[in-house]
Design a protein. Structure first.
Lengths: 222, 247, 209
């Protein structure tokens, strides 16, 4: 018999596959936001290269917020979460598995799309490599921290805008370190330091977020 | 360890405690603020570079420091509430939040007003100001989360979790913004970079700082009492209290 | 030794005290029926008893172990049926129950789930999305858990008879009798009058201001 957590992982991925049309929406949003920038600030290759990393990261932040609610909202509303909480599994692990499945189904497609965006924004190869590295390390932080806020707002009728209000200030350090890594790469400077800090933030989020999210879910169930 | 206490007796106790503390905070806030501001604004020597415009420091620095202090106090209250399930702790937390937000706004406003003669513009993406701005957003997030719940017990817990998440992030935000600032604006000289300050300027500053802390405590206690009365308006002890007041 | 018991439970919602100092115990083969008007806190009490929410004071024990520290043992022997059915509307009844069984560590084959669903009168609906089922049919799917989790000796059911037709009510009552005959305990709330063939104990909650 498969382990309950593995079967939960499979279930979440199967559900994501059933709702794939819905999952495409944040990705479309991501593409559109990035398309707006050359139109808004002019198509000069140097300008685009300068603002490119920031634009991609800001767009990634915003589009990740759009899909964040999916993490628990549906399961909360239809009662699946209650049944899950009464299954005997540790809620922190449940959270971790759900976050992993969510990241795979919503954020990974975004990463796969990013070569096109690198072309749009005239990024050099070195910049592109560093961008992918920061996105790979950084977007799991978005999902982990986002899970806490989603768990807190999941019982509310309208959580969408509130979620952004709660999360965007907390994402600022990540934005700073990630874009500066890409900036450093543009100048052919080493960016191990920035990556190291992002990795440290990831580990911190990994250590604290599941327990905090589990607690928040219990508060929402009250 | 608190479980044996009846939950409603506890809010009553909290109310009585704040009633006792209130005059102490109020009087020391009044004395310290009047003394500190008068000394700083009227008698302390003018800065040899910035002239009299530097005197805004006596408002700006206390409010900037206290904005962080109030946030920490809020997070500590939230932590106590979450760990020991104490209702008045959540009430204290939410009593601090708007006060802290206003103090943060004062710090931002005075910082901008100070920036005008210094930099020739109201807003510069200075590390300190940016941190304060993000702190304001954190405060507003906690307040917004609290306001979105109908059930205030649940609201307290949710906002408490958010306050603690914020306080874990505060040092990271602070560090990242400082670092970002040196990266992008290495040429700008921070007005706070001078660690040395003349003693005759330091004393009024410390007194204003103390006064600001006491004032925040005073307003928080008042708000806490209001919150308790509002939430427990139908409890016998509140009704008895109101009757006493009328007579 | 009682199966599930609550000791001196109290709960307040929105600063209103719902109930105070309630103690109850369910012995094997016992049916405890919680009655009370709307807003008296029946659902709150039920959610405290299964461990979904925490009481302001008091504790809940399963076989004399506090459920907060031994939640895995307790939840292993519990079936909870709440207002929310716990069915994802994109999945079919079969998929929903298959996932549920895996998460609750019940090893059943698909054909067993199908036969339980057929027994509950859901022939031919096993692989349709739950969203295409009627309210009563959805509740039957959720109630199928009572047939699947055989090692559960504690059932906590919040208004299980709502939206069921006569035949559904009869099926559920028969299953309840079967469960208690095996020594299982049941806690439930209901607006209907229970006409069970087995003795039922009642706990009345009153509406407080």
């Amino acid at each position: 018999m498969t382990h309950p957590l593995i079967s939960l992982f499979q279930r979440d991925l199967a559900l994501a596959y059933k709702q794939r049309a819905e999952l495409l929406q944040p990705i479309m949003f991501f593409l559109l936001v990035i398309t707006l920038f050359p139109l808004g600030i002019g198509p000069g290759p140097e300008t685009l290269q300068k603002v490119g990393p920031g634009v991609i990261w800001v767009a990634a932040l915003l589009s990740s917020l759009l899909g964040m609610d999916r993490l628990f909202r549906e399961d909360f509303q239809d009662g699946s979460l209650e049944q899950l909480m009464l299954s005997g599994a540790s809620l922190s692990w449940v959270v971790l598995v759900k976050v992993a499945a969510h990241w795979l189904s919503t954020t990974l497609p975004l990463l796969i799309l990013s070569p096109i965006l690198a072309l749009f924004l005239n990024l050099t190869e070195a910049m592109y490599v560093s961008l992918i590295a920061t996105l790979l390390l950084g977007t799991p932080i978005l999902s982990l921290i986002g899970a806490i806020a989603v768990a807190l707002t999941v019982g509310l009728q309208r959580g969408g805008v509130l979620l952004s209000l709660l999360l965007l200030p907390i994402f600022i350090p990540l934005l700073i370190f990630a874009t500066s890594a890409v900036d450093a790469a543009a100048l052919s400077l080493p960016y191990n330091g920035q990556l190291g800090i992002i990795a440290a933030l990831f580990l911190l989020a990994l250590a604290l977020s599941p327990a905090a999210t589990a607690f928040a879910l219990r508060v929402s169930q009250n | 360890m608190w479980k044996w206490l009846h939950p409603y007796a506890k809010t009553e106790e909290a109310y009585k405690l704040s009633q006792t503390l209130l005059p102490w905070f109020g009087i020391s806030a009044l004395i310290a603020l009047v003394a500190g501001f008068a000394w700083g604004l009227l008698f302390a020597p003018a800065d040899y570079q910035q002239g009299d415009s530097f005197r805004i420091i006596y408002i700006h620095v206390p409010s900037a420091l206290m904005s962080m202090g109030a946030y920490s106090a809020m997070a500590i209250a939230a932590f106590i509430g979450l760990v020991w399930q104490i209702r008045p702790a959540f009430m204290t937390m939410i009593a601090i939040a708007p006060v802290g937000a206003v103090v943060t706004f004062v710090a931002l406003f005075t910082g901008a007003a100070w920036g005008k003669p210094m930099w020739g513009t109201w807003w510069v993406w200075d590390a300190r100001l940016t941190s304060e701005l993000i702190l304001l957003f954190l405060y507003l997030g906690v307040i917004a989360l609290y306001k979105s719940f109908d059930d205030k017990q649940q609201a307290g817990k949710a906002a408490g979790v958010m306050a603690i998440v914020g306080v874990v992030n505060l040092p990271i935000i602070h560090f990242s913004v400082e670092w970002w600032n040196t990266l992008h604006q290495g040429a700008t000289i921070s007005k706070f970079a001078k660690p040395s300050i003349a003693t005759e300027m330091l004393w009024p500053l410390l007194i204003s700082l103390f006064g600001m802390a006491m004032y925040i405590g005073y307003v928080t206690l008042l708000r806490l009492q209001n919150e308790i009365i509002r939430r427990e308006a139908h409890r016998p002890w509140v009704i008895a209290l109101m009757r006493e007041d009328k007579e | 030794m009682s199966l599930l018991s609550g000791h001196h439970l109290s709960c307040s919602k929105r600063d209103r005290l719902l109930f105070d100092d309630i103690s109850l115990a369910v012995e094997p083969s016992d049916v405890l029926y919680i009655r009370g008007p709307n807003g008296a806190g029946k659902t709150s009490l039920i959610r405290i008893l299964v461990g979904l929410s925490t009481p302001d004071t008091g504790s809940v024990t399963y076989r004399d172990n506090c459920i907060r520290s031994h939640y895995d043992v307790f939840h292993h022997h519990l079936v909870y049926f709440g207002h929310k059915l716990g069915l994802n509307t994109h999945f079919s009844p079969l998929e929903n129950l298959r996932h549920w069984c895996k998460q609750h560590q019940i090893s059943v084959r698909d054909d067993h789930i199908v036969s339980v669903l057929d027994e509950l009168g859901l022939v031919g609906l096993e692989t349709l999305p739950v969203s295409s089922l009627s309210a009563g049919q959805q509740r039957r799917v959720a109630l199928a858990r009572l047939w699947l989790k055989n090692h559960a000796d504690m059932w906590v059911l919040d208004e299980p008879f709502t939206a069921l037709d006569v035949q559904g009510i009869a099926l559920l009552k028969a299953r309840l009798v079967e469960h208690t005959a095996k020594g299982g305990g049941v806690i439930m709330t209901s607006h209907q009058d229970l006409a069970l063939s087995i003795p039922v104990r009642e706990l009345a909650l009153e509406y407080r201001i």
